[in-house]
Design a protein around this ligand. Structure first.
Ligand code: FRU
Length: 455
């Protein structure tokens, strides 16, 4: 959670001098979106965190005067460097952000770390990319994602065009200051949808993240309130990416994720867990948004994305219990606190399982697994999974306060928000049908601090 007020996208995650740094979109002055700064948290283990002062703040009069939007961190000439989007009020000819609210111009900006604790950042006053490609009327122009190749630095920028779809614009540079526009790295297709905000119609792709992994390339982008993963082929000569497989990265309240490389080579993903309650409620609560658990990414033999919670998270486990589940009769346990991990291994032939959080007769959250159909339902959300019963497809559910993160057999995820849970009153209920023996393990988790905040 942010120290207070509003958090959205993870920004510029980087491992530097023995520490994990996570920056994120922060409104330090209210628990609603706006006035974007980059908050900063640091950790030795990705589990326990320490809040640092704000890393980037808007500079009056500069191209980021109205906000420091999302971006990435890389190391250039031995120094951590941010490339991010600055927004500024502009005349209609210069505006690039067409969502029906305001007249913002987006430009790509650069900042350099001045110390190894990454507390002080020197911003360049002028943009490194001042405008979208000539002749293109974009729906948006933001969230730069850089990487290095043999012949220089490359940068993808989230964008799109009305009636054409979202895209990633590709640039190249040798010094990070001068950028040449090449072409679209890849683009979506017209889908017939229209909305005032192009993010709602798929005509704007936010927060692209592009990287090689397990012999494939991956591109993630966020649009229509969802994160799309794709895996495919990158033609490193033509600098074109062709997605071959795609899916929804998380079927719940999860958006704008960003990955980085851990020192041991794992590619780890952070995602923003949105609020699902009304703005008036989170604004009154004084905080909004949280970061997901770190997920280790991979790509399976058939090109499917895999996600596994980082093993570091397991250090929070306390002595487990093994609920004795009897098919046909519900197993229930009252929750005296709201920090749990549940793992379920489902034998072949199990028809259905339901997992619920309930207070009295009220079902606050439920997951209904249809193992034969390979479908999962939770409230209005319904999705298919590749498998539920093969070895290695265990279901893991993490509960922390109002957040429930479910990972299904490493290939599907659902992040839910449940606000009415009450320790001492709320029960966990598991009900399986059929004759097989479902194995369940329930771990209470240690708190990461006394108040769910970082230290
Ligand atoms: C995604 C996003 C980004 C933008 C940032 C602004 O949630 O809209 O496209 O850079 O949030 O806070």
């Amino acid at each position: 959670m942010p120290p207070h007020n509003w958090m959205n996208d993870p920004n510029g995650p980087i491992f530097w001098k023995g520490k994990y740094h996570l920056f994120y979109q922060l409104n330090p002055n209210a628990a609603i979106w706006g006035d974007m700064h980059w908050g900063h948290a640091v950790s030795a283990d990705m589990v326990h965190w320490h809040h640092e002062p704000v890393a980037l703040a808007p500079t009056p009069g500069d191209p980021d005067s109205e906000g420091c939007f999302s971006g990435s961190a890389i190391v250039f000439n031995g120094r951590p460097t941010f490339i991010y989007t600055g927004v500024q009020n502009a005349t209609p000819e210069l505006m690039t952000l067409h969502d029906g609210n305001g007249k913002l111009r987006e430009t790509q900006m650069l900042a350099t770390a001045e110390d190894d604790a990454l507390l002080h950042w020197k911003k360049r006053a002028q943009p490194i990319i001042p405008s979208p490609p000539a002749g293109m009327t974009v729906t948006g122009f933001r969230d730069p994602c850089p990487w290095h190749e043999d012949d220089g630095w490359y940068l993808g920028v989230g964008s799109g065009e009305r009636e054409k779809g979202g895209c990633v614009l590709l640039y190249r540079s040798h010094d990070l200051l001068h950028w040449e526009y090449l072409h679209k790295l890849t683009e979506g297709k017209p889908n017939g949808l229209q909305a005032q905000n192009p993010c709602d119609s798929g005509e704007m792709w936010e927060c692209p993240d592009f990287f090689p992994i397990d012999g494939h390339h991956c591109l993630f982008y966020s649009t229509e309130n969802k994160v799309i993963w794709t895996t495919g082929e990158y033609d490193a000569r033509a600098h074109l990416y062709t997605p071959k497989r795609r899916g929804v990265l998380d079927h719940g309240a999860y958006y704008a994720p960003k990955s980085f490389l851990a020192p041991d080579g794992r590619r780890i993903l952070w995602g923003w867990i949105r609020e699902t309650r009304p703005e008036a409620e989170f604004s009154a609560a004084g905080w909004a948004g949280a970061m997901s658990l770190p997920r280790v990414l991979g790509v399976g033999s058939e090109g499917q994305l895999t996600m596994t919670p980082a093993v570091e998270v397991e250090t929070l486990r306390q002595a487990p219990t093994h609920p004795a589940l009897q098919t046909g009769s519900p197993w229930r346990q009252s929750l005296d606190h709201l920090r749990w991990e549940l793992s379920l291994t489902i034998p072949e032939g199990t028809p259905t399982i339901s997992i619920r959080l309930r207070t009295g007769d009220q079902h606050l959250w439920e997951l209904l697994l249809d193992c034969a159909q390979r479908t999962i339902q939770s409230g209005d959300t319904h999705f298919e999974v590749s498998d539920l019963t093969s070895p290695g497809s265990a279901l893991r559910i993490f509960l922390d306060g109002s957040v429930v993160e479910t990972i299904v057999g490493n290939t599907a995820a659902l992040t839910s928000r449940v606000y009415q849970l009450h320790p001492g009153e709320t029960e966990l209920e598991i009900l399986a049908s059929g004759n097989g023996s479902v194995r369940a393990t329930l771990w209470p988790l240690q708190p990461i601090s006394k108040d769910r905040l970082t230290s």
